[in-house]
Design a protein. Structure first.
Length: 114
């Protein structure tokens, strides 16, 4: 959690100096609607190659890249970038699952009763 959320305008990490005023209202609570304020992507502004057109190797590489940058994007990216990241991740993972409906499940990852 950032100091501005935790302490309002006071920042103990900044020797008690107030944060500079911002014109952008902060969300006080995440409601799960990460696309609310993001404009629709125009048809000619694709977010990359259609996942259905990727080879298995390329699909895994793209998913690995997104998962590698996930935490940094979640913590530091502006809302439109986070929305794009989430949308692209969902597209790639949906394609992966459609190609592997009977994917191998590691028995060590199962809970009792699963």
């Amino acid at each position: 959690m950032s100091d501005s959320v935790r302490y309002g305008d006071y920042s103990p990490a900044n020797s008690g100096k107030a944060f500079p005023p911002t014109t952008t209202p902060r969300r006080t609570r995440w409601d799960g609607d990460h696309l609310r304020e993001v404009e629709e992507i125009e048809p000619d502004e694709e977010m990359g190659v259609d996942p259905a057109d990727l080879t298995d190797e390329d699909l895994l590489r793209e998913m690995s890249s997104l998962h590698r940058t996930r935490l940094h994007t979640l913590r530091h990216a502006p809302d439109p970038a986070l929305a794009t990241h989430l949308r692209r991740t969902a597209e790639l993972e949906t394609e992966y699952l459609s190609r592997r409906p009977g994917r191998e499940v590691d028995p060590g990852r199962l809970r009792d009763g699963d």
